[in-house]
Design a protein around this ligand. Structure first.
Ligand SMILES: Nc1ncnc2c1ncn2[C@@H]1O[C@H](COP(=O)(O)OP(=O)(O)OP(=O)(O)O)[C@@H](O)[C@H]1O
Length: 241
């Protein structure tokens, strides 16, 4: 059963749990976080440049630079992620830059992400084409990624991440290269997927409209001048030193 969003974690719970997480750089605390992101919920993280948003993602994903020190526990559905190698965390990461494999077609990029449980060339191709259609790119299976617009490439990257059936999603400015119309449609698709699949997600964005569409709690980190982090809509939060 899921704990309510933002509640203090007391034991193994569904969702993404941050327990006493603190990340420091050169002896100075960059951020701290204590909260549960429930299945199907998207927690939005906002903060100025350099406040530690990417660093938080790096810690969750398992590739924190050794320049940082981190303590605390991150658990996904009760499993301590900090003890797992990055590839065993089953996270889906979406960045501002689509980062498609350039030597593969759009379709091959998607097939690469499909879990091995989907067997047979036809079934695999059908799953990839269905996902392409879902992100509004039906018919682009054979395209060379180099010929895509920025918005199309961003949608292929999203499709590829969703196809991999991640257990949690980390979204780092995933819509920022999309124009307004495409941005609204794409974020509706992503947040609908997150709710349908009942997976926890964290969204880093500078756009309040993204945060509103995500529909979950918002934490603001790195308000160093104010000396305090700020939380909107939740009892626990990320805080600045
Ligand atoms: N490898 C590193 N070694 C030392 N310091 C680093 C390293 N990577 C980032 N930093 C510093 O850590 C702090 C947090 O950086 P981070 O990239 O997490 O910020 P951010 O909030 O994601 O910023 P932005 O919005 O500009 O992407 C910054 O002061 C940055 O200069």
């Amino acid at each position: 059963m899921a704990n309510p969003p933002g509640s203090a974690p007391t034991g193994p719970v569904d969702g993404l749990t941050f327990q006493g997480v603190e990340i420091s750089l050169a002896g100075r605390r960059l951020l701290s976080l204590d909260r549960v992101v429930a299945p199907g919920e998207t927690l939005t993280v906002m903060g100025p440049s350099g406040s530690g948003k990417s660093t938080l993602f790096a810690f969750v994903a398992g590739f924190l630079d050794p320049a940082f020190t981190a303590r605390g526990r991150i658990a996904l559905n009760g499993t301590d992620l900090t003890k797992l190698a990055p590839q065993r965390r089953h996270l889906g990461l979406v960045f501002q830059d689509a980062l498609l494999f350039p030597h593969m077609s759009v379709g091959e990029n998607l097939l690469f992400a499909l879990p091995p449980g989907i067997r047979g060339g036809n079934a695999r191709q059908a799953a990839a084409e269905a996902m392409l259609a879902e992100v509004g790119l039906a018919g682009l299976f054979s395209r060379d990624p180099a010929t895509l617009s920025g918005g199309q490439a961003a949608r292929v990257a999203l499709a590829r991440t969703l196809l991999a059936e991640p257990r949690a999603l980390l979204l780092d400015e995933p819509f920022s290269r999309l124009d307004q119309a495409l941005r609204a449609a794409t974020r509706d698709l992503v947040f609908a997927r997150i709710r349908e699949r009942n997976i926890p997600a964290i969204l880093v964005t500078h756009d309040p409209a993204d945060a509103a569409a995500a529909g979950g709690d918002l934490v603001v980190i790195g308000e160093a001048e104010a000396g305090e982090g700020e939380t909107v809509g939740a009892p626990t939060a990320a805080t600045a030193p």
